[in-house]
Design a protein around this ligand. Structure first.
Ligand SMILES: Cc1cc2nc3c(=O)[nH]c(=O)nc-3n(C[C@H](O)[C@H](O)[C@H](O)COP(=O)(O)O)c2cc1C
Length: 399
């Protein structure tokens, strides 16, 4: 039992052996499911629960402090199963009222398979536990639509759900007592929060004038030393970086070089029109964090593949399936490639670019096995046309 502030207890569970979270997220140091029990003079509230398989240890932690039936409120800051998995077990043994954000009703029903008559709270709504007040702050899309924070003004503590969290587990629970977790903090932001930069900045605006000396996220270390340092890092990472030039990236997969020739011609057309272009042969390109940073910080993604067995080539799909952590909206997209008989790849790529919410103003471009001079000329002209959309006012892009 750890009292992190007077009347506020850490009752979370550690999972140091986890190596992959949510199937795709590597976690070299495991993770924790943080939960907090607040024992007010009149009422008792639990903030979040834990992933379902860890419920027994969790319930034991809570019951070291109070029997479950004494809990009056369970605050669910969002409904991802790693924090709501044990909820139904607590509800079976208590008459606690579930407190959720106004947008979370449907999620709660999907988890409990019944109407639990939750208390819906919005920005600045408060619940009194007697001597302690819980204030709620809506923080949508950080990283689920229903996410909210809870703030206790009498204790200067902010509970931030996944915001400022880390998949990291240590003997310690505080940032000033643990091993270095810089990488886990950065990586969590990149994988989980990066698509929602605007929402990150909006949430920071809502908390920046509050007295906060401890931030308690739902994963990883509690930030009690320099909590604002971590908020400032999120602010820096989420603030757009101004550029005084336009950048297009051209990626291609081309076993026999034809699609590569088209790529170079499109790139030349773009460059001749004043766009800064970088060109990547996907055969030798590693899709890592720095490449994703570059894509995020570019205005256009132009992707070519020859058609092999009725499809685009795998490295193209590897690239196109790696972009979900980046907001691609408003970037210009274009697809191209050579083919011999059916030529599906450019259309498939074009559709994927549209699904990723890029603007794709021109129909994809195809050429035969060995592009002719005329094909290359057409490709260069297409590069110039695309430059017009990239440099021109956004109104020049057809809806
Ligand atoms: C293994 C293999 C499978 C292919 N399958 C198709 C196909 O399904 N449809 C098609 O139009 N062309 C197909 N082709 C032909 C290529 O798309 C064509 O040769 C193309 O121009 C190669 O482009 P590149 O020079 O950029 O590699 C295939 C070629 C290979 C080697």
């Amino acid at each position: 039992m750890i009292e992190i502030k007077p009347d506020i207890y850490y009752v979370g569970v550690k999972n140091p052996d986890m190596r992959i979270f949510d199937v795709f997220f590597r976690t070299e140091s495991g993770t924790t499911y943080n939960s907090y029990l607040i024992v007010g003079k009149e009422k008792i509230a639990l903030i979040d629960t834990v992933k379902e398989p860890f419920r027994d240890e969790f319930i034991k932690n809570v019951e070291e402090i109070v029997p479950l039936e004494k809990i009056n409120y369970i605050i669910t800051l969002h409904h991802e199963p790693d924090h709501s998995g044990a909820l139904k077990y607590i509800l079976e043994k208590s008459n606690a009222r579930v407190v959720i954000s106004k947008t979370a009703g449907l999620f709660l029903k999907q988890i409990l398979h019944r109407d639990a008559n939750p208390l819906l709270v919005g920005d600045n709504d408060k619940i009194s536990l007697g001597n302690i007040t819980l204030e709620f702050i809506q923080a949508p899309f950080l990283h689920w639509p229903d996410t909210m924070f809870a703030y206790i003004p009498e204790r200067n503590i902010l509970f931030t759900c996944d915001f400022l969290g880390q998949h990291f587990s240590d003997e310690a629970i505080y940032n000033d007592e643990s091993r270095d977790f810089t990488y886990a903090f950065e990586h969590y932001y990149k994988i989980i929060m990066r698509p929602f930069k605007d929402y990150v900045l909006q949430a920071i605006k809502k908390i920046e004038n509050k007295n906060i000396d401890m931030i308690a996220p739902s994963h990883g270390m509690i930030l009690r030393k320099d909590p604002w340092k971590y908020v400032d890092l999120y602010r820096t990472w989420s603030t757009p970086k101004p550029r005084d030039y336009r950048r297009a990236l051209v990626f291609y997969a081309s076993p026999y070089g034809g699609t590569g020739k088209l790529a170079n011609s499109i790139a030349k057309g773009l460059a001749d029109s004043g766009v800064y272009v970088e060109i990547f042969d996907l055969a030798g390109t590693v899709i890592d964090d720095s490449l994703l940073d570059l894509i995020e910080n570019s205005d256009a993604l132009i992707v070519g593949s020859s058609t092999l067995n009725g499809d685009a080539i795998k490295p193209v799909w590897d690239l196109l399936s790696s972009l979900t952590t980046i907001n691609m909206r408003n970037k210009i997209g274009f697809a191209f490639g050579t083919f011999a008989w059916s030529g599906e790849a450019p259309k498939f790529i074009e559709n994927r670019l549209k699904d990723l919410k890029l603007k794709v103003p021109e129909t994809s471009f195809r050429a035969g096995i060995i592009p002719t001079e005329e094909d290359l000329q057409r490709a260069a002209e297409m590069g110039k046309k695309l430059a017009g959309y990239i440099i021109g006012p956004s109104s020049s892009v057809p809806a």
